[in-house]
Design a protein around this ligand. Structure first.
Ligand code: NDP
Length: 606
């Protein structure tokens, strides 16, 4: 018989009780359908992915040749284009379904949208554009505007194809270039292509029975319908004053938009499956004196410092000194070091594991106490408490979210890990109770853990007609995440088999540097093709496998999330299989050494 009730939390820390509690909460949420529990936004659901932000502009199809085509116009692509231009390569075309530059920050315009990593390290190319964000955690419009300014600064608009979806990418072996086809009738060629789709791009919907029977107004947070709600990214959702609104999803996005929904809706029901951790945000305007004091090279230094601190590398200084770094300092090597100093001896592996478990528990207890201090209704407060280890889910930060549940018009409908039961034409049903709604917002996240080409939305056909979907059917195969054998002159940007910093911009920056180095070398040597060898690819896969053992063991005990492929740790397309599981700085440093050697080990130029 599975344990279903452990009784109240013991007064003293009891690791057995805590482990049993975590396992109990995880087991409620494990589902055999894992990532397949979600609905793809195709067919009847395709309108959830339409572009609400730009009018379609008619234009003639393009039939020309460019040196580099970058598919995707988000943050990673912009950094890559900037680094290419610094290497003297400026014949670049960027293509994106979105009607403008910005990627995630183009699509996500929900009220409250905000950067959850410090903007001084998250907004890219600040020194290049001579810009310092106006607040510590910038809001969406400022980030979007900055990314569009990057595109202007590097003159990327001139040759871009926006509002354009690539439909096919095909290698022409005879001509040694790529043929790119789009939904606008374009058929142009490129010597080199970079595929940069982003990792949290395609909205997903929960596979809840009756989802297409519900007749109320619905939309996904990444396509917010301000025509229905009124207001804008800063709030002011005046049209909801007479509406009963539901929201499904309490991840990072839910945390940011729920306070605005609560402020304006006549009645708001928050349907929760798993509570997020909600740490203090502490946003503040940028101090102009501090901004004026910054010395050249400051952004790179701060970015590197953040990633090193958050992955447990002992540093003299914690430059960012925020929730991310403070948690890391309490839960990784520096904390172990301090404990060995205190004990005056080395610790055994078991002692280290026990020490880290306790430190994690203490951090989670502080977050649970924050809920008790903020939320007045005891049942609601209990239901908002997360019971898992801190990094099992993406940590959340907000200073108004918890207080929203003190409003009379806001009801938390906790589903105790089971999720929403079903829909009727007019209601969302949980525990057989029907919640009648006028509108429902899906804050249910983005596709992760499905096949790469499915998320990409088109096929890539390499040498000898080999399809990437076939080559990667059992999982990605790359060298350093950037190249795959049999697909010459093709590069991948983003999170493919890469070291992952909590600051995505740092990962994108390191990959952009490596990409620019490879392209520059290709151009300087007058090569016609550049390709990873099969042996090098096998070597990188072996390194990836070895590095993934630790995170796989950690996530096996976690409540499910997109980080763990919803509990299916063997999913070959999931983040645990498609990211380098070691410290991100090991990956970045390895790439730097590889470049410095100048030997291009594992890459053939012809
Ligand atoms: P998430 O995938 O993190 O959250 C989806 C939410 O939907 C979860 O709360 C999930 O519950 C819930 N859900 C899914 N299915 C059901 C169901 N059947 N019934 C009830 N609830 C359900 O998506 P987000 O958009 O919140 O965030 C995605 C990522 O985007 C973040 O982790 C972060 O990396 C990034 N992001 C970054 C921001 C930034 O400021 N930089 C801001 C916002 C997002 P459960 O937890 O149980 O699965």
């Amino acid at each position: 018989m599975p344990v279903t009730d452990l009784g109240p939390k013991p007064a003293e820390f009891d690791p057995e009780w805590v482990r049993a509690k975590y396992a109990l909460e995880r087991d409620k949420r494990i589902r055999p359908d894992a990532v397949n529990q979600f609905i793809e936004v195709t067919a009847d659901f395709s309108h959830y992915a339409d572009d609400p932000w730009s009018e379609r502009i008619e234009r003639e199809p393009v039939h020309d040749h460019v040196r580099v085509a970058i598919i995707g116009a988000g943050l990673g692509s912009l950094i890559a284009a900037a680094r290419l231009q610094e290497a003297g390569i400026d014949d670049i075309r960027m293509i994106d379904t979105a009607g403008d530059f910005g990627g995630t920050w183009y699509w996500n315009r929900y009220p409250g949208v905000q950067c959850d990593v410090e903007s001084y390290i998250y907004l890219p190319l600040l020194e290049e554009l001579d810009y310092v964000p106006t607040e510590r955690y910038a809001h969406g419009p400022e980030i979007r505007e900055h990314l569009q300014n990057v595109a202007k600064h590097y003159r990327l608009y001139d040759n871009a194809l926006l509002g354009t979806t690539v439909t096919d990418l095909r290698w022409d072996s005879a001509a040694e270039h790529w043929l790119i086809s789009t939904d606008r009738g374009d058929a142009f060629t490129a010597t080199l292509v970079a595929v940069s789709p982003g990792s949290l791009t395609r909205p997903k919907l929960p596979g809840i029975p009756g989802i297409n029977e519900f007749r109320g107004h619905t939309f996904h947070t990444s396509r917010w319908d301000f025509g229905y709600t009124g207001g804008d990214e800063s709030g002011g959702l005046t049209e909801l004053r007479d509406k009963r609104v539901g929201v499904i999803g309490t991840g990072s996005t839910g945390l940011q938009c729920i306070p605005h929904l609560g402020e304006w809706a006549q009645q708001l029901y928050v349907f929760q499956r798993t509570p997020s951790t909600v740490s203090e945000r502490g946003n503040r305007p940028t101090d102009p004196q501090w901004a004026a004091s910054l010395k050249p090279g400051w952004q790179r230094e701060r970015m590197e410092n953040f990633t090193r601190v958050t992955c447990g590398v002992e540093m003299d200084l914690d430059l960012t000194d925020d929730g991310w770094t403070q948690k890391a300092l309490a839960l990784s090597e520096p904390a172990i070091f301090r404990e060995t100093q205190r004990l005056g001896r080395e610790m055994t592996p078991q002692e280290i594991a026990d020490f880290l478990f306790r430190a994690d528990y203490d951090a989670m207890e502080r977050l649970r106490a924050r809920i008790d201090e903020t939320v007045r209704d005891r049942r609601t407060a209990e239901a908002l408490k997360p019971w898992y280890r801190l990094n099992c889910k993406r940590p959340g930060y907000h200073d108004q979210y918890l207080d929203t549940f003190n409003r009379d018009n806001v009801t938390l409908v906790d589903t105790d890990g089971r999720g929403v039961q079903r829909f009727t034409e007019t209601a969302v049903v949980v525990d057989d109770v029907e919640y009648e709604l006028d509108a429902l917002v899906f804050a249910t996240g983005f596709e992760v853990g499905t096949e790469f080409t499915r998320r990409l939305g088109f096929e890539i056909v390499g040498r000898d007609g080999v399809r990437l979907s076939d080559k990667w059917a059992k999982g990605m195969r790359t060298l350093h995440g950037l190249q795959t054998h049999g697909f010459p002159n093709c590069f991948f940007l983003g999170y493919t088999q890469s070291g992952v910093s909590p600051n995505y911009t740092h990962t994108a920056e390191e990959r952009a540097r490596h990409f620019a180095y490879l392209v520059d070398t290709f151009v300087r040597r007058g090569a016609r093709t550049i390709e990873a060898t099969k042996a090098a690819e096998d070597g990188w896969l072996a390194a990836m496998d070895a590095a993934s053992e630790k995170p796989k063991a950690f996530y096996a005990e976690c409540t499910p999330s997109y980080l763990s492929s919803e509990g299916d740790k063997e999913n070959p397309h999931g983040m645990l299989s498609t990211n380098f599981g070691g410290k991100p700085v090991e990956f970045f440093d390895m790439l730097a050494r590889w470049r410095a050697s100048g030997e291009l080990e594992g890459v053939i130029l012809k």
